[in-house]
Design a protein around this ligand. Structure first.
Ligand code: NAP
Length: 263
């Protein structure tokens, strides 16, 4: 899709990756309706130059019916010819399963999976009217189960299934459906324990701008799938074909992982 002149609804716009996606889209001349919950961070987006003339902010919680209605009302008013939806909002809580409370489990699955499905369903009638692209932001952990991220992985693996089924369901319509699976990225979603563990495991970390570039490229090229980074791309394929090899590799990392997940 052509980014200049595109009408994009972007969730997670107040976050590290979302803000970088928003800036890049505006620089390239897209119109963006930017969604988040933090008023101050959303207002911060308004300071960026937007040559296409089009940034609007909407403060809304995607996990509530009222929040999603507010987003749909804003789209109807500000961007009736919407032709891109970037589902980038997400949450995480790192830790062993017994240390993850019920509320966090529900919040993670609801935000990263159920709310994305519900918002996408609400916007689909509008998206189907024009050539459009839906980009779902997954993670390396949408294909590789990793200790300390069991609930996050459950949500992101679910998102991958939703993405694939919807892509096939909408084949032959005006809407294409894409998934970007970023590797670790330096943003506030990763608390100190995750950053320290990544350092100890020598996990490569991208900047928010690098990940944003991959997301915007997926939008531009309508790439069905896009894992960012080596060796993550390779590990995802290896895990699909030979999961026992990855089981053994992760088992070797467990003494380090245990230091951080509180087991
Ligand atoms: N950083 C990484 O290492 C990494 C790697 C792979 C994939 N990802 C994925 O990339 C996406 C963006 O993450 P990030 O790294 O930019 O994290 P972040 O800086 O923590 O940003 C998360 C964004 O999600 C929004 N959000 C969370 N719950 C919401 C809700 N209930 N309603 C509306 N918005 C909500 C936040 O809005 P408020 O702050 O305004 O509430 C914020 O804009 C997520 O889907 C994440 O899973 C991140």
């Amino acid at each position: 899709m052509k980014i200049a002149g595109a009408n994009v609804l972007l969730t997670g716009a107040s976050g590290g990756i979302g803000e970088a996606v928003c800036q890049r889209l505006l620089r390239e001349g897209a119109r963006v309706v930017a969604v988040g919950r933090s008023e101050s961070r959303l207002n911060g987006l308004l300071r960026h130059p937007s040559p296409g003339g089009g940034l609007s902010i909407v403060m809304a919680d995607i996990t509530t019916g009222a929040g999603r209605r507010k987003i749909c009302d804003a789209v109807a008013k500000l961007m009736p010819e919407i032709n891109a939806l970037v589902n980038a909002a997400g949450v995480n809580r790192f830790g062993a399963l017994p240390t993850t409370d019920e509320e966090d489990i529900e919040r993670i699955i609801h935000t990263n999976l159920t709310a994305v499905i519900l918002l996408t369903r609400s916007l689909l009638p509008s998206l189907l009217k024009n050539p459009s692209v839906i980009v779902n932001v997954g993670s390396t952990f949408d294909s590789i189960g990793f200790p300390g991220f069991a609930v996050y992985c459950a949500g992101k693996f679910g998102l991958r299934g939703f993405n694939e089924a919807l892509r096939r369901e909408l084949a032959g319509t005006l809407v294409s459906v894409c998934m970007v699976s970023p590797r670790a990225t330096d943003t506030p979603i990763n608390h100190k324990a995750v950053r320290d563990m990544n350092k100890a495991l020598k996990v490569k970390t991208d900047t928010a701008e690098e990940t944003a570039r991959a997301i915007v490229e997926s939008l531009r090229r309508e790439k069905p799938g896009n894992y960012t980074g080596w060796p993550e791309k390779f590990h995802a394929a290896l895990n699909r074909l030979f999961p026992s090899v990855v089981d053994k590799a992760v088992a070797r990392q467990m003494p380090v992982i245990r230091r951080f997940i509180g087991q």
